[in-house]
Design a protein around this ligand. Structure first.
Ligand code: AKB
Length: 313
């Protein structure tokens, strides 16, 4: 039987690339992109698209029935920095969209879900270096609280109702196709754009702020590898730690100056600094490696090469 896939939040930073990759893999017709607003031309031209508010259960159920959807990737979320400004809107979007999708699976209207968690589930009392899969989790941000609650609900729906929901704690994601929006790790994308356009960048995080990061190709591969894994291999039904690299703003600036020697970085930390300070500096991803064979491929040097090369085009 053909398995139709719905991507919610398809116009965002991860959603766009996930849509392109899944369409290349399975053909455009069976990958239904959806978002609350239309995306860029490339995405809109690449296959079926539905305007959809994922907090509206009836609208979601209608799209799922119409396209005979079997799998859902729920990528819509309000990220850390914006969520601090609009706590109730963030909670409403991040939680209600998840409940809607979990309930569709509970009612057997879909059979598999991917929902992204984040390193934001950790907080200031979490061990910062090589943060383990299971440890103290006391997130101090609105976004982190929603992601941690989401993880608990995913595990609950799996244990109680047999829902096949799978999740990853994404680190900061670096990509060139679509800009991120409203996150704390966004500086690591903006810096490449500014390095090429202005030869200078003002970082909103301090020079020495180390955060876990990943190039988008690794993140998409991780997502698809987890989704394609045999269910018996998936021992964690909250969300898996995954890791690729950790760096500071000054380290990414240094890697850019190898190719753009005149590039300069300055620092003006803002409210996002406190969010970054509450997060881990590196992540232990041994459970994901052991359970479903996860391995990252992109380090900082390779990421910088990919970013500058593609943005120059
Ligand atoms: C953010 O900065 O809010 C996100 C994340 C780490 O989940 N990129």
């Amino acid at each position: 039987m053909q398995k139709n896939i719905l991507i919610i939040g398809a116009c965002g930073q991860i959603g766009t690339e996930l849509t392109f990759t899944l369409r290349e893999k399975h053909g455009s017709d069976i990958i239904i992109a959806s978002d609350i607003r239309e995306g860029n031309e490339n995405l809109m031209d690449s296959g079926p698209f539905e305007l959809l508010d994922a907090t509206d259960y009836d609208a979601l159920e209608e799209v799922v029935a119409y396209y005979e959807i079997d799998e859902v990737y729920l990528m819509a979320a309000m990220l850390s920095a914006t969520a601090e400004k609009f706590p109730m809107r963030a909670w409403n979007l991040n939680m209600n969209s998840l409940f809607n999708v979990l309930n569709l699976a509970k009612e057997k209207k879909i059979s598999k879900i991917f929902w992204p968690s984040s390193i934001a589930v950790f907080g200031p009392n979490t061990p910062r270096d090589n943060t383990p899969q299971n440890t103290i989790m006391e997130p101090s941000t609105v976004y982190g609280i929603s992601k941690q609650s989401g993880e608990r609900w995913c595990e609950y729906y799996h244990n109680k109702f047999g829902v096949d929901v799978r999740s990853i704690r994404y680190p900061g994601l670096i990509s060139w196709k679509t800009m991120p929006g409203g996150g704390t790790t966004d500086y690591a994308v903006e810096i490449y754009h500014k390095a090429l356009s202005d030869k200078t960048y003002t970082s909103f995080l301090r020079t020495d702020t180390t955060l876990p990061m990943m190039f988008m190709d690794d993140a998409i591969r991780a997502t698809l590898e987890l989704m394609e894994s045999d269910p018996d291999k998936i021992k964690v039904r909250s969300a898996y730690n995954i890791a690729a690299m950790s760096f500071t703003p000054s380290e990414v600036a240094e890697s850019i100056t190898v190719q753009i020697p005149e590039f300069e970085i300055t620092y003006e930390p803002d409210s996002r600094q406190a969010i970054a300070d509450s997060w881990p500096s590196s992540i232990d991803d041994s459970e994901a490696r052991k359970d479903w064979g996860w391995r990252s491929e992109f380090d900082l040097e390779r990421t910088t090469n990919e970013m500058l090369q593609n943005l120059r085009k």
